[in-house]
Design a protein. Structure first.
Lengths: 387, 252
């Protein structure tokens, strides 16, 4: 048993920590207030190599591993979770499926720009009537005159509407073999394709610096080669994609929990009541102790799940599934408790947008919803227990 | 142009410094590449990008000083040399300079870049000693370097401005923080640094012996604590009183 990060992993974490402090954090307040996508921040993240971190050098990646990506997402999210989710969605949901399931031509065409951060790719699974029950997809794709024709809609899709969004991979029903479960396939749709509409962005509670839109498809035509992976393989593919995504969302949650602890500890040492710093009041100390403990527990769980996921490779093992669900569930709930206590420790000031903890509190809620709600994670764990 | 940058691992400037029983700095805690040397590495990389060549990092220190070299390699330097030997523990400036000189001579660089002084020891004596041992001219406090064939034009920071000095290579320069803003090691660079060579040399490999220490630490004294300032309350006469204080201090 060895809990030490390798020297490369440490170097990547330290570099991302410095970068987050010097580049991401100073922009966070304004991007949040004005609900702006941070093009300049994202460009610099691309130059640093963040979008290609876990991919092979062949397509312009850095050749790092999945745990390194989790460390990077944690550090970036410690400064701004909206930017953290931009990175997470671009890498885990956008580029990874192309890298893992794409043909040589698809990879050569899309990956170099995605891995350099010059372009973003989105992943459209959720629909108005298919969220937790993602298999209930209504979007349909059929072959007409040798091309795919797609009709339907998608809901809450990250990274699809920026100036650098190159396209989206959608799941769609492509057939119904023998009256069984509908066959689902994944199809790649480049931005600007006729019949592919990116609708007006949402007004969100948090993650203001991230880009989220509903999508609609009206007789949207793409070439047959835009199928990603095998026909009918869509369901299995997105289960695999979401497993990495969940661990990465847990890493994002750890970053936010750490940010809550950082801000609260600094504030508690400064703010004085009854003649002493509030960090001398036991009630405040216990909150800080709990935050520190839960953050560290969540972090340890993320590392373990990430390493198990890496080792399981393309196989989706039950152990990896279990750990992914557990770390996503625990880290998202721990970060919510941390944000709640962070506002509490700040008293009235915590309710003011002048202090970052107000943003943390708004940003944290989505962690329990995106990439599988807490209820869904509990269902997965119970199923794996054999219930 | 073949450039050697001397790099040193020092305690993290953001951590508290403590002393060991023998009055040397404790290196137990977080250690980093000397921030001053980072500027030197950056300048070397920029010169290489503009004029081609190779950037070699040379360090003396314990095994783990490899991490400092590795940091520079991730920024883009080509390879590293670590001089490490139990006999070098607690080496003074002269021994350090002799060891570095022996390793650098073997490389025959056109330019050696050093920090003005290390963040921890702050003696500033190693670079001039090194220049002397290498038989190379030294230009200190460089804030800008221009290459002109086999000559360098160096802008040298002084108290009142800067001098422009011309020097023939091979030469040694010490750089100030103004020379170049160190880049982030890209994540690709970090991964690529894994496979770059760090050659390890012991005293025997360099053909030198420890010899007598040129310097020893006789004793240590606490720095005088700064006296707290005078608070002048605003009461109508405050401005005159502040002017009087400034006049007395001869700053106006
Ligand atoms: C900001 C943001 C970004 C997103 N980005 C993306 C993206 O890029 N791509 C993408 O495909 N999706 C994305 N999503 C969608 C997200 O994954 C879904 O919102 C999520 O999976 C939940 O689906 P739903 O919203 O339809 O909730 P529902 O499935 O309608 O759930 C409603 C409630 O019912 C509970 N529930 C549902 N079924 C059960 C059950 N069987 N037992 C117990 N409780 C149950 C849920 O836990 C939840 O509390 C994003 C969402 C947001 C808000």
């Amino acid at each position: 048993m060895d809990f030490d990060l390798t020297s490369e992993q440490q170097a990547i974490r330290d570099t991302c920590r410095d970068f987050a402090r010097e580049v991401v954090a100073p922009a966070a307040e304004e991007l949040d207030r004005e609900s702006k996508f941070g093009y300049d921040v994202v460009r610099q993240m691309g130059e640093l190599g963040l979008f290609g971190l876990p991919f092979s050098e062949e397509y312009g990646g850095a050749g790092g591993d999945f745990l390194s990506l989790c460390l990077a997402i944690e550090e970036i999210s410690r400064a701004d979770t909206g930017v953290g989710i931009t990175l997470e969605a671009a890498v885990c949901l956008g580029a990874s499926p192309i890298h893992d399931f794409g043909t040589k031509e698809q990879k050569e065409r899309w990956l170099p720009d995605l891995l350099a951060g010059r372009n973003l790719w989105a992943f459209g699974l959720t629909e108005p009537e298919a969220g937790s029950d993602a298999g209930a997809t209504k979007t349909r794709a059929e072959i007409r005159d040798g091309s795919w024709v797609i009709n339907g809609s998608k809901q809450f899709i990250t990274n699809c509407g920026t100036d650098i969004s190159a396209g989206v991979t959608v799941t769609a029903v492509t057939g119904k073999p023998n009256g069984g479960r509908p066959e689902i396939s994944a199809i790649m749709i480049p931005t600007g394709t006729h019949g592919y509409h990116v609708l007006e962005s949402y007004r969100k509670l948090g993650w203001h610096s991230s880009d989220t839109h509903p999508l609609s498809f009206e007789d949207c035509v793409v070439p047959r080669e835009n199928l990603l992976g095998v026909e009918g393989g869509g369901y299995r593919q997105f289960l695999h994609t979401l497993m990495g995504g969940r661990i990465a969302i847990a890493a994002l949650s750890v970053g936010l929990a750490q940010a809550c602890l950082d801000a609260s500890l600094a504030y508690a040492k400064e703010r004085r009541t009854f003649g002493v710093a509030i960090s001398k009041h036991q009630a405040v100390q216990f909150k800080l102790a709990d935050m520190a403990m839960e953050t560290e527990l969540a972090r340890t769980m993320v590392y373990r799940a990430a390493v198990t996921y890496m080792r399981s490779g393309a196989e989706t093992t039950d152990e990896a599934r279990m750990l992914a669900a557990m770390c996503k569930l625990y880290a998202s709930e721990a970060s919510k408790r941390a944000a709640d206590q962070a506002v509490q420790i700040h008293g009235g000031y915590g309710f003011m947008e002048d202090y970052p903890v107000a943003r943390y509190w708004r940003d944290v809620k989505i962690n329990e919803i995106g990439e599988g709600t807490s209820e869904v994670q509990r269902m997965l764990i119970a199923r794996l227990l054999g219930c | 142009m073949k450039i050697v940058v001397t790099v040193k691992q020092v305690p993290d400037p953001n951590s508290n410094l403590t002393l060991e029983a023998d009055n040397t700095l404790s290196r137990e805690k977080e250690v980093v590449l000397d921030p001053g040397d980072e500027c030197g590495v950056e300048e070397a990389l920029q010169l290489k990008e503009a004029h081609g060549g190779e950037v070699i990092l040379v360090s003396m220190g314990p095994e783990r000083a490899k991490d400092a070299i590795r940091k520079g390699l991730s920024m883009g330097a080509d390879r590293g040399i670590l001089i490490t030997d139990p006999q070098l523990a607690g080496a003074d400036a002269l021994l350090t300079a002799r060891a570095l000189a022996a390793a650098i001579k073997a490389e025959g660089p056109d330019l050696v870049i050093c920090g003005t002084e290390s963040y921890d020891g702050s003696t500033g004596m190693v670079p001039p000693m090194l220049a002397e041992l290498l038989g190379a001219p030294q230009v200190s406090f460089a804030k800008k370097v221009e290459v002109d064939g086999s000559n360098l034009k160096v802008h040298r920071q002084t108290a009142d401005g800067y001098q422009v000095v011309e020097v023939a290579t091979p030469a040694l320069i010490t750089v100030t923080a103004a020379i170049a803003e160190p880049r982030y090691a890209s994540l690709k660079g970090i991964m690529a640094a894994r496979s770059k060579e760090i050659k390890q040399l012991a005293l025997g490999d360099l053909g030198i012996e420890r010899g007598e220490a040129a310097e020893t630490i006789e004793g240590l004294a606490e720095a005088e604590t700064r006296k707290s300032g005078v608070v002048i309350e605003f009461d109508g006469t405050a401005i005159d009183r502040i002017m009087a204080v400034l006049a007395e201090a001869k700053v106006i």
